[in-house]
Design a protein around this ligand. Structure first.
Ligand SMILES: [Zn+2]
Ligand SMILES: [Zn+2]
Length: 385
């Protein structure tokens, strides 16, 4: 039914977006080859490429995504301005437009109203949705009213193309000129402008396409989002997309300290120098319980054919007991740690003991849960009567 309705809509191609998105990759390739043959390539071009790659890429992942769209933390005006300037140079439209689309993506994920609905296929969610305007008419910014109050967002939206052209194309060329004359200026434009634009574009696009196709689902199976560490490596940490869809207001996407998430590290670094604050995190007890519940659901869908309904209800009840136990023990640990920071020496020993007990409970619950999973995976013996 949905397909019939969609086919009946006029087929609108957005020619500006199409020319830009399909034109930049061949232009970047030809430009890089021609520049290399004519002027030779030096470390300056490489340096400009990486500086702009990080500046523009992080302005999208930290600025557009985690700060403006999800309000996962606050940032002072100079930082917001930097994200707005280099985000514009990523050529992914204004903060207002981007955030409005992305909030709709989270709200309607995998459904018709999701602008990059992954259930319509890899290429649709990757970038066909940008090449085609399905929803013509006045843009609807009702879901980003809060952002319209920010002068940085309003200013950027008004001058988006000029800011983008200056920060994304002219500035790398100017730096190249300052460092090595005309040949390096062209190199700066080709590598810092064109080649970098293509890389940042497709890095972002892969989160809408690949991160909804390949990877694991440790935190929720209610939508198509996946966690992928290799994708995180190329996307400033955004590859932990299943975690992100489960906890969109968390400033981290890779929530474990060792998970590759340069966006999270930038937010932490900015908070150390007081340019960012109010960093939001999902509580550990919520994250770990979600993980346990999800692994039970996965095991249950495999086990349901082997075990009867009655047995499955027993498993379900045991899983719930484990999840409740884990949540409560992890909450205890958190509370005791907070108290430890405040009490004097006389009460420390008691608290340390309670902390140890709570940690033991976590171990115990996790053991019980592993046992449950093992039992569920066993094929029940046929009963001989
Ligand atoms: Zn998504
Ligand atoms: Zn998001």
């Amino acid at each position: 039914m949905e397909d019939i309705e969609r086919a009946a809509k006029p087929f609108n191609i957005n020619w500006l977006n199409t020319a830009f998105l399909l034109g930049t990759p061949p232009l970047a390739l030809v430009g890089a080859i021609w520049h290399g043959l004519t002027y030779g390539i030096t470390w300056v071009e490489g340096m400009i490429f990486f500086v702009w790659y990080f500046a523009c890429g992080l302005s999208i992942t930290v600025g557009y995504h985690r700060l403006f769209t999800h309000r996962s933390h606050d940032a002072r005006a100079p930082l917001r301005l930097a994200y707005a300037v280099f985000g514009a140079g990523s050529f992914q439209n204004s903060i207002l437009e981007w955030s409005s689309d992305h909030r709709r993506h989270h709200k309607e994920v995998d459904h018709e109203a999701d602008p990059y609905n992954a259930s319509r296929g890899f290429w649709w969610s990757h970038f066909l949705w940008i090449l085609m305007d399905e929803h013509v008419g006045e843009p609807d910014y009702t879901n980003v009213r809060d952002l319209q109050k920010d002068w940085v967002v309003r200013f950027q939206h008004r001058f988006i193309f000029s800011i983008g052209f200056l920060s994304g194309m002219v500035a790398p060329a100017l730096l190249g000129f300052a460092l090595g004359g005309v040949g390096t200026a062209i190199g700066g434009f080709v590598w810092g402008g064109l080649v970098r634009t293509v890389f940042v574009h497709h890095g972002t696009f892969l989160i809408n396409s690949a991160a909804h196709v390949w990877g694991k689902q440790p935190y929720a199976t209610t939508n198509s989002s996946k966690d992928s560490s290799w994708l995180a490596f190329f996307t400033f940490g955004e590859g932990y997309h299943n975690f992100h869809h489960t906890y969109p207001a968390d400033y981290r996407n890779g929530h474990r300290w060792w998970q590759w998430d340069p966006s999270k590290w930038l937010i932490q670094a900015a908070s150390l120098v007081r340019l960012s604050d109010n960093l939001k995190r999902a509580p550990k007890w919520s994250i770990e319980t979600a993980r346990m519940e999800t692994s039970f659901q996965r095991a249950a869908s495999d086990a349901a054919t082997e075990h009867g309904e009655e047995q499955m209800n027993v498993f379900q009840a045991r899983s719930k007991a484990c999840c409740d136990g884990l949540r409560s023990a992890l909450r205890q640990i958190d509370a005791k740690r907070q108290q430890l920071k405040q009490v004097g020496r006389d009460k420390r020993d008691q608290l340390v003991n309670q902390l140890k007990q709570a940690k033991m409970s976590v171990k115990q619950v996790r053991g019980d849960f592993q046992l449950l999973l093992a039992e569920m995976s066993l094929t029940p013996r046929p009963s001989h009567s």
